[in-house]
Design a protein around this ligand. Structure first.
Ligand SMILES: Nc1ncnc2c1ncn2[C@@H]1O[C@H](COP(=O)(O)OP(=O)(O)OP(=O)(O)O)[C@@H](O)[C@H]1O
Ligand SMILES: [Mg+2]
Length: 281
């Protein structure tokens, strides 16, 4: 599949501060791509570059074939953005918040009820935005970002500060949108979210991409290949290397019927990130 967006050796400086350096990656059409990193790593800066709100100090940014920030900004009919700041009109109703955007994008207002149904907000249509809970506001912002059926959706920490129930609902919706053909670029510092949702992830640390790949493959790459064995009558698990010596031990235990459980020991994304950077998320 072809790249719907890419960055090549991108550097972004704010006065004396280097926010991004030598950032290179591609997002393929149809995938869910996760951009992971701790606070201050440069995630929001990256989204701003990819949506034409900022211009790179050097390097190349390409989004749906456009390379100049003015022309990237003009892609707004094909791009959806859920930013890290609300931007809702607090004193307007849920419906009116969406109607405003529908008019801007030339979408028929009659499509709004179905959209609200889709994000589980049908009953909140007439409610004032300022009276919505955090989770409901997030759903409304998501609804607004997909109102015009963009091919490419940018989500800046879509589930931060949401409870597990709301998070799950948003994940379901994102999977559905992706199945329907939307390419999704999301930032998060939630490694579990990235693991469950993303086809590929990039780890960003202090403005640099330190690793990139398919979650399952990264876990195998950084696995020490040891195996955890739980034996009958021994409360503590035993860790054995996956070599001839470990194999013969396991064979003996199995032959004598002592093995209660065997687990492979791949690290999770959190552990990999910690090992690569010495930093937690
Ligand atoms: N307009 C700006 N002027 C100066 N410095 C900035 C500006 N925007 C961002 N920065 C700096 O660039 C770095 C990256 O910021 P960015 O907002 O991209 O991080 P982030 O990964 O989105 O963090 P968070 O998880 O907290 O949202 C930070 O050190 C930040 O202070
Ligand atoms: Mg941010």
């Amino acid at each position: 599949m072809s790249a719907i967006l890419s960055m090549q050796a991108v550097r972004k400086e704010f006065k004396t501060h280097v926010a991004l350096q030598n950032v290179t990656f591609q997002v393929k059409e149809g995938e869910i791509f996760g951009f992971l990193g701790p606070s201050g790593a440069g995630k929001t800066t990256t989204i701003k570059l990819l949506t034409g709100q900022l211009r790179a100090t050097s390097g190349e940014v390409q989004v749906i074939g456009e390379r100049e920030e003015g022309s990237i900004r003009r892609l707004s009919s094909r791009i959806g953005l859920l930013s890290d700041t609300s931007g809702l009109y607090e004193r307007m109703s849920v419906f009116d918040n969406l109607a405003l955007f529908a008019d801007i994008h030339g979408v028929n207002r009659s499509e709004i009820p179905e959209l609200l149904e889709k994000v589980g907000m049908a009953e909140h249509m007439k409610q004032e935005a300022k009276k919505l809970s955090r989770g409901m506001k997030q759903r409304l912002m998501l609804a607004r970002s997909i109102l015009h059926k963009p091919a490419l959706l940018f989500l800046d920490e879509p589930t931060s500060s949401l409870d597990p129930g709301n998070t799950l609902e948003i994940h379901k919706l994102l999977r559905k949108l992706n199945k329907e053909g939307t390419t999704i670029f999301l930032t998060t510092h939630n490694m579990e979210e990235a693991d469950k949702l993303c086809d590929r992830v990039a780890f960003l640390n202090a403005g640099e991409v330190v690793e990139l790949g398919v979650p399952g493959e990264l876990k195998l790459k950084y696995s020490d290949r040891s195996v955890k064995v739980v034996l009958d009558g021994i409360p503590e698990p035993i860790y054995i290397p996956s070599n001839a010596e470990g194999g013969s031990k396991l064979q003996d235990w199995m032959a004598s019927g002592k093995v209660k459980a065997v687990h492979s020991m791949e690290p999770n994304l959190e552990t990999i990130f910690l090992n690569l950077t010495g930093r937690e998320l």
